[in-house]
Write a protein that binds this ligand. Structure first.
Ligand SMILES: Nc1ncnc2c1ncn2[C@@H]1O[C@H](COP(=O)(O)OP(=O)(O)O)[C@@H](O)[C@H]1O
Ligand SMILES: [Mg+2]
Length: 260
């Protein structure tokens, strides 16, 4: 059973400490959501998990399948079974979605076995067709040029299809950035629901409370000031939807004893 364990994580960007002792454990097969107001460090966590060079870990640990993730390059993390939705370049002119996915999959296979000749094309086509049916995607989508004039929803669709193709054990999806229209939200939610199962653990990061009308995470965490301050089940998200974040701020920003 794979497990992603984040312990007492402190991260700085430039001279500013953004993550201030974050703890989180996600097991393969579990669906978690992190919610929190803007500026609390949610994307910082996603970028740090990805290994983005601008984010400096000053304290704490990240473990996945018994490996010290902080010692691994982004591609090694991916090979190990971690998927981060935005780890690949945004636009590749002249490359179709299908070709991009096949290259990504072959790179992954070659990393595991240097003599691998790549997935045979008929086998790849069959697999892609199955995944696209599972995700209820139009078969024309695979022939489109990657991110060429894609809407927010289509970019998300490409990411989710990539996730389905690479079959990671843990997927981290940061949903706060631009282009989050209702279509994109629906694509991500349906994709996560279709793919989440005993083999795939998911962490969805969002400031968008309505995401949870679509995805039903078993675990919901509230992040504030660079730490996870509250954890619970789906009822926590419903509570946030009704009451917003003020009660969280009052509880954790006004000098009351903190849980960490
Ligand atoms: N590249 C950067 N350089 C300097 N500060 C940054 C950078 N990216 C984010 N920050 C700051 O880090 C804090 C957390 O940002 P972020 O992780 O994007 O929060 P969230 O995703 O929760 O909205 C914010 O105060 C933001 O201004
Ligand atoms: Mg963000």
């Amino acid at each position: 059973m794979s497990e992603l364990a984040i312990k007492n994580l402190h991260v700085m960007i430039e001279d500013k400490e953004i993550l201030k002792g974050l703890d989180l454990t996600i097991k393969q097969g579990e669906a978690h959501a992190i919610m929190g107001p803007n500026g609390t460090g949610k994307s910082t966590l996603a970028y740090t998990l990805m290994g983005h060079p601008n984010y400096t870990v000053t304290e704490g640990e990240i473990w996945f399948k018994g490996q010290d993730v902080l010692q691994l390059e982004p591609d090694q993390r991916s090979r190990l079974g971690m998927f981060l939705a935005f780890q690949y370049p945004v636009a590749i002119p002249g490359v179709t979605v299908a070709n991009f996915l096949r290259s990504a999959l072959n790179a992954r296979r070659r990393a595991a076995n240097p003599t691998d000749k790549g997935i045979p094309i008929p086998e790849f086509r069959k697999m892609l067709k199955e995944k696209m049916e599972l995700l209820k995607m139009d078969s024309n989508f695979a022939g489109r040029y990657l991110n060429d004039g894609f809407s927010g929803g289509e970019k998300k669709r490409a990411e989710i299809l990539q996730m389905a193709t690479l079959q990671p054990e843990i997927a981290i999806l940061d949903e706060t950035d631009s282009g989050l229209d209702i279509d994109a939200l629906r694509v991500v939610s349906e994709g996560v629901n279709a793919l989440n199962g005993p083999d795939l653990g998911v962490l969805v990061i969002t400031h968008y409370q309505r995401l949870l009308n679509y995805i039903k995470p078993q675990f919901v965490h509230i992040m504030l000031g660079g730490r996870i301050v509250e954890s619970g089940g789906a009822e926590l998200a419903l509570h946030l939807e009704e009451h917003g974040y003020d009660w969280v701020r009052e509880k954790y920003e006004n000098g009351e004893p903190q849980s960490h």
